[in-house]
Design a protein around this ligand. Structure first.
Ligand SMILES: Cc1cc2nc3c(=O)[nH]c(=O)nc-3n(C[C@H](O)[C@H](O)[C@H](O)COP(=O)(O)OP(=O)(O)OC[C@H]3O[C@@H](n4cnc5c(N)ncnc54)[C@H](O)[C@@H]3O)c2cc1C
Length: 254
C-alpha cells in the first residue's frame, strides 16, 4: 500500500514570529514539520506496516527549497519527498496551494491514499485537503479520528460534535486526520542519519503547470495585542457569590 502525506513546513511556533515588509509571517529561516502533519506521517507509516508492504511519500510546498521539516518526516520513516519551491508561489491562496500539491502528487508515483492534516498550525484555513481532492477528482473524508484500510476499502471514524460517524470509502481517496489520531514516533538516530540520503525531488510551479493566484486581501497594519488588565479580586465575606453571579450576568454568560 502506498500512502502520500501532505507535509507543511512552518516557522517554529516556539520562537517569536517575525513579519516581512508586507506584514506576513517571515518564512525565510528554518522551517519545521507542522505538528498537525506529524499525525498524518505516523498514520501513514502504521497503515503501510499493517498492509505488509508499500511506502510513504511526502509532498510539500515551501519557500527557499527548505527541507528541514521534510527531513524530520523522512527520519520518522517516509521513503521520499516531492518539494515544490518557487518564488512565484509567494502569497499563493488556498486553491493554488491545493493545485500545487495535487500536481506534486502526480510526481510522487502510484498511491492508494493521500493523508493531510485537518488544518495547519499557521494558516489554518482547513480547506486545502478538500480542494486537493476536488482537483484530483477523488473522494474526500474529513476529521478522521481513526483510519483503517480493509480489503481495499477505507474505514474512517469521523469526529462530529455529538460523537463520530463511521464512514467507508473506496480508494484512492484523500483523508484529513485530526490531531491525536495516533502518537507520532520520535525519529531514531538511525532514522535521522538515513533521512539525509533519502530522495527529495525539487520542482517549480511551471514544472507542474500551475499558475499562482495570490490572496485577494492585503494586511495593511499589525498592532500588538493590548496588555491584559489586572482582574478584580473579591474577598469572600459570605455573600461573594452574589457578586460573581452579577459579574457573569453582566457578561451575559448566565
Ligand atoms: C494573512 C493571510 C491572508 C490570506 N489570504 C487569503 C486569501 O485571500 N484567499 C485564500 O484563499 N487564502 C488566503 N490565505 C490562506 C493561505 O493561502 C493559506 O494559508 C495557504 O494556502 C495554505 O493553507 P492552510 O495553511 O490554511 O492549509 P490548511 O487547509 O489549514 O491545511 C490543512 C492541511 O493541508 C496540508 N497543507 C497545507 N498547506 C500545505 C503546504 N504548503 N505543503 C504541504 N501540505 C500543506 C497539510 O497537510 C495541512 O495540515 C491567507 C493566509 C494568511 C496568513
Amino acid at each position: 500500500m502506498n500512502v502520500i502525506v501532505c507535509v507543511k513546513q512552518i516557522p517554529d511556533p516556539a520562537l517569536p514570529g517575525e513579519l516581512d515588509a508586507d506584514n506576513t509571517l517571515k518564512r525565510d529561516g528554518k522551517l519545521i514539520l507542522d505538528e498537525s502533519d506529524s499525525y498524518g506521517v505516523e498514520m501513514a507509516l502504521q497503515l503501510v506496516t499493517a498492509a505488509g508492504g508499500g511506502e510513504v511519500s511526502l509532498v510539500s510546498m515551501a519557500p527557499n527549497e527548505e527541507v528541514s521539516g521534510l527531513r524530520t518526516a523522512l527520519a520518522m520513516g517516509a521513503a521520499k519527498a516531492v518539494l515544490v519551491s518557487d518564488p512565484a508561489l509567494a502569497g499563493a491562496d488556498a486553491l493554488t496551494t491545493a493545485k500545487v500539491l495535487a500536481g506534486a502528487v502526480g510526481k510522487a508515483g502510484d498511491f492508494d491514499l493521500i493523508i493531510a492534516g485537518t488544518e495547519s498550525s499557521d494558516g489554518y484555513t482547513g480547506t486545502v485537503p478538500e480542494q486537493m481532492a476536488e482537483v484530483l477528482g477523488l473522494p474526500s473524508v474529513t476529521f478522521a479520528k481513526t483510519v483503517a484500510v480493509t480489503d481495499g476499502t477505507l474505514n474512517v471514524n469521523r469526529q462530529t460534535e455529538a460523537g463520530y460517524d463511521e464512514v467507508t470509502c473506496s480508494l484512492p481517496a484523500v483523508v484529513s486526520v485530526t490531531a491525536g489520531v495516533v502518537e507520532p514516533r520520535y525519529p531514531s538516530f538511525k532514522g535521522i542519519m538515513a533521512a539525509k540520503s533519502k530522495p527529495v525531488e525539487n520542482v517549480t510551479a511551471a514544472d507542474l503547470g500551475v499558475e499562482s493566484v495570490s490572496w485577494a486581501q492585503a494586511i495593511t497594519s499589525v498592532e500588538d495585542a493590548p496588555v491584559r488588565e489586572a482582574g478584580e479580586i473579591i474577598e469572600d465575606d459570605g455573600e461573594t457569590f452574589n457578586k460573581i453571579v452579577e459579574f457573569l450576568d453582566n457578561l451575559k454568560v448566565i
